[in-house]
Design a protein around this ligand. Structure first.
Ligand code: NZQ
Ligand code: ZN
Length: 388
């Protein structure tokens, strides 16, 4: 196992009716900005519960944060927050609202052009010295953003989708009430399960470092998603299944399974470029890229793929190659069963844009991806070509 520092300061309030608990987490005299998306929280009663919990605090609202939150929209929220001297921000919604909120709270304190936080990879985010405190009420289990310090921000004007991380961007608290997820449309339920699955494989399907706890936790998360993913699709109001999916998604990207182990993230980086170019949902891009990438990296990932085949899919028969192929096929079949097609062509993309996608990867410095840093632009091109 590698050395690691683990910092997971977000307080989790998990379960039914936990939204009421935010009253004790936000200072009574705070000037609060509620950030939200396209309005689902108004239709399903979550906003009402949040406003009730906030009592007579001074509250402002900023809605309209789109999926794959856009820089231009977020800068409007920064202006509002500064003008109204907001000192606490509450993100109510899915990962896009949580990510957008991280950018807003960092940009409100940022000295310089806030776009640098994303454009100057690493150094821009290092310049974040503080941020407005914020909490998250999560309504879509998927990204893990509710308990981590990363965010992915898009800029449609320039066709960019970039991530940043800052220790100042951990939520103070995260409310995870599975009941808030009952109203998710099937497509978003699917996206959440696929995203959490691929977060887990990005940190698990690399090479062995004898990290037993992390491996077993990752396998437990994957098996939970495989078992309960179809249940939440079949019955959106199955509380127990929704609860298990919600906690699985948080645990997949809150730092624990990734501590002390190698990490890949190539599927995500390639996927982000597909979203930026074609507008596919984040998880759709992962369903397309992961099976193809695992196949292309079967030699480099051999030992972990065999462990994955045996422990997650119970595949024990046949040659090593046959078992690896069966595990990749099972992964693809699971995504398809969950309603996420795994080929570019299924989304109407014929492959003619692969050159442009690879060029964007190059422009963003994504030229040595993966746990070995050996996924060159040529490898990414082959992964995409095999995914048409
Ligand atoms: O906008 P509203 O009206 O709220 O509707 C949303 C949105 O249309 C809807 N929704 C959310 N909760 C709902 C609901 N509809 C009904 N009932 C509910 N309870 O779902 C739609 C999608 O929401 P969004 O927040 O965009 O989805 P998700 O949570 O999947 O977030 C995707 C974004 O997160 C980034 C992705 O790249 C993408 O931009 N990621 C962030 C990560 C992180 N911070 O660690 C890691 C991930 O790998 C990912 O890249
Ligand atoms: Zn993801």
């Amino acid at each position: 196992m590698f050395n690691f520092n683990l910092h997971a300061p977000t307080k989790v309030l998990f379960g039914k009716d936990q939204i009421a608990g935010i009253a004790a987490e936000i200072p009574a005299n705070a000037r609060v900005l509620i950030t939200y998306g396209g309005g689902s929280i108004k239709r399903n009663g979550v906003l009402e519960a949040v406003r009730k919990a906030l009592g007579d605090r001074v509250v402002f609202e900023f809605g309209g944060i789109e999926t794959n939150p856009d820089y231009a929209t977020l800068m409007q929220a920064v202006e509002l927050g500064l003008a109204e001297k907001v000192d606490f921000v509450l993100s109510v919604g899915g990962g896009s609202v949580a990510d957008g909120t991280k950018f807003i709270v960092a940009a409100m304190h940022y000295d310089g052009d806030a776009w640098d936080i994303l454009a100057k990879r690493g150094t821009g985010a290092q310049k974040i010295k503080s941020a407005v405190p914020f909490g998250v009420v999560l309504t879509l289990p998927a990204t893990g953003s509710e308990m981590n310090a990363g965010a992915v921000i898009s800029r449609r004007e320039t066709g960019d989708k970039l991530d940043f991380h800052s220790p100042h961007c951990f939520p103070r608290f995260a409310v995870l009430d599975p009941v808030t997820t009952f109203t998710l449309p099937a497509r978003q339920t699917t996206n959440g399960v696929v995203d959490a699955f691929v977060h887990t494989t990005e940190q698990y399907l690399t090479y062995p470092v004898n990290a037993k706890v992390q491996d077993r936790m990752a396998e437990g998360i994957l098996q939970t998603l495989i078992e309960d993913g179809p249940k939440v699709l079949a019955d959106g109001e199955d509380y127990d299944a929704r609860a298990n999916i919600m906690w699985a998604a948080t645990m997949a990207l809150n730092g624990f399974i990734g501590a002390g182990v190698p990490q890949d993230w190539a599927t995500h980086m390639i996927g982000h470029e597909i979203t930026a170019m074609h507008g596919l949902d984040h998880a759709q891009t992962l369903a397309i890229v992961l099976p193809s990438l695992l196949n292309a990296r079967r030699d480099q990932k051999r030992e972990k793929l065999l462990q994955y085949a045996e422990r997650v899919w119970n595949i024990r028969e046949g040659s090593e190659d046959a078992r690896i192929t069966a595990a990749i096929d099972a992964t693809r079949a699971f995504f398809e069963r969950m309603g996420a097609p795994t080929r570019l062509s299924a989304y109407g993309i014929d492959g003619s844009s692969i050159g442009d996608i690879v060029a964007k990867l190059g422009e963003h410095g994504m030229t040595a991806l993966g746990e070995h840093g050996d996924i060159s632009l040529e490898v990414s091109r082959k992964v995409l070509q095999a995914a048409v």
